[in-house]
Design a protein around this ligand. Sequence first.
Ligand SMILES: Cc1cc2nc3c(=O)[nH]c(=O)nc-3n(C[C@H](O)[C@H](O)[C@H](O)COP(=O)(O)OP(=O)(O)OC[C@H]3O[C@@H](n4cnc5c(N)ncnc54)[C@H](O)[C@@H]3O)c2cc1C
Length: 460
Amino acid sequence: MNDGAIAAFAKDLRGPVIARSHPEYEEARKLYNAMIDKRPLIIARCIDAADVMAAVNFGRDNKLLIAVRGGGHNGPGFGSVDDGLVIDLSMMKGVRVDPIKRTVRVGAGCVTGEVDHATSAFGQAVPFGVVSTTGVAGLTLSGGHGYLSRQYGLAVDNLLEADVVLADGRFVTASEGENANLFWALRGGGGNFGVVSSFLFRISPASIIYGGPIIFDLADAATVMRWYRQFQPNAPDELCVFLGLQTVPPGEPFPQEHWGKKMCALVFCHNGAIADAEKAVNAARATLPKPIIDWAQPMPYPVLQSLFDPLLPKGLQWYWKGDFVNGLSDAAIDAHIAHAAKAPTPLCGMHIYPIDGAVHRQRPDATAWSHRDTMWSMVIFGVGPDPAMAPVLKQWARGYWEAVHPFNLPGAYTNFMMDDEGEARVKAAYGDNYQRLAAVKKQYDPGNLFRVNQNIRPAA
Ligand SMILES: Cc1cc2nc3c(=O)[nH]c(=O)nc-3n(C[C@H](O)[C@H](O)[C@H](O)COP(=O)(O)OP(=O)(O)OC[C@H]3O[C@@H](n4cnc5c(N)ncnc54)[C@H](O)[C@@H]3O)c2cc1C
């Protein structure tokens, strides 16, 4: 591609076009996961839907491989591409809350904390994930689960409308009443169907929650995990507890005597009356072993949402593998603890997030996300700051996953998959919905223009 073509494209855009010679190129190409090092030809920083349309047309007409970037948090780095075009939406930050209609309109470049900031002023929230620097777009389009999912459903269950630029450059709106097939596929099918330029979500009450971590020594992990497998499925919808096997970070505010200890954490979020929360969490405290740290307490919802952000800055090495999980047998618990104990860095670990409650109250074919009868979504993450440790992080995460996978379901949350898992795993993620997804892909993107993702091939 010659400089003249790139310069002509740049004139079409309100936002900046960053080619390899641009002084900001090195910074602009960086992803959240520093294990992924891609060198795109052009990064188009879009400002509005017109920019997105121009970028899609430019990429398609010039036969460039296209990657779409929202928050850039994706594990395998699908927000970038070698030698192709990155449609970078990170400047599209508009957020508008409508407190009467109880909706929020969100630009495709927002991270979840930016939306929390806007909605919390009204005592409301959209159920997103558990780290506030994650992009709304990538999280939502593949499902989106977090602290409020048992109460309000997945992020996709709260999506009312999306503005989309299709592979042929057309702009459409998708909702239950308009382009309903596309809307169905967008709710879980990832970035396969077009570039979403803005989202309209339902908002729901969430202001002061009772939450935070209660941390136990790894010696008590088996007891805690056995307790958890009984407790969480029977808890009220407003109480979400996710479980982690990790290491106490060696730094403030963690008490120094526990730095570096392997641990089992329960992270609580009760979104209801504080008196009810105290009763429920105190009842749990009474039956659990003695913790080494107990920080569960009332706090504003956005505080819980961003509690772990400082531990996970951009630029770490990440390798992860996930599974959907329906039971935690004693043998599975033993395998988890044995592998978590061998974590090679303090940031490595395993999380298991509940996806029952309101998530189960949708039919499996209501949206592309099909796992409406699965109890948990699990992720094992090998994370650390040192690039030299990348092979060790991968090896540990893979070994851990191989040991526990036989206890789990064949599929995983596509946002917890890398790019080396194969088509069978993508199909398993969607179950019976895969065929319809392939048909919608054929309808909206028959040439598979949008394929830098957990790809759904157009139906034959
Ligand atoms: C620290 C951390 C914590 C996490 N916690 C959770 C959690 O609690 N719950 C949860 O559900 N997930 C969680 N995730 C996973 C997260 O949802 C995925 O990594 C997700 O892909 C991130 O979205 P993004 O927009 O930041 O990523 P990007 O890398 O920008 O994009 C991810 C994918 O979405 C596509 N895409 C992005 N924007 C658009 C768009 N506007 N239109 C079409 N396609 C688009 C991209 O092409 C790419 O395939 C977490 C990830 C991290 C790193």
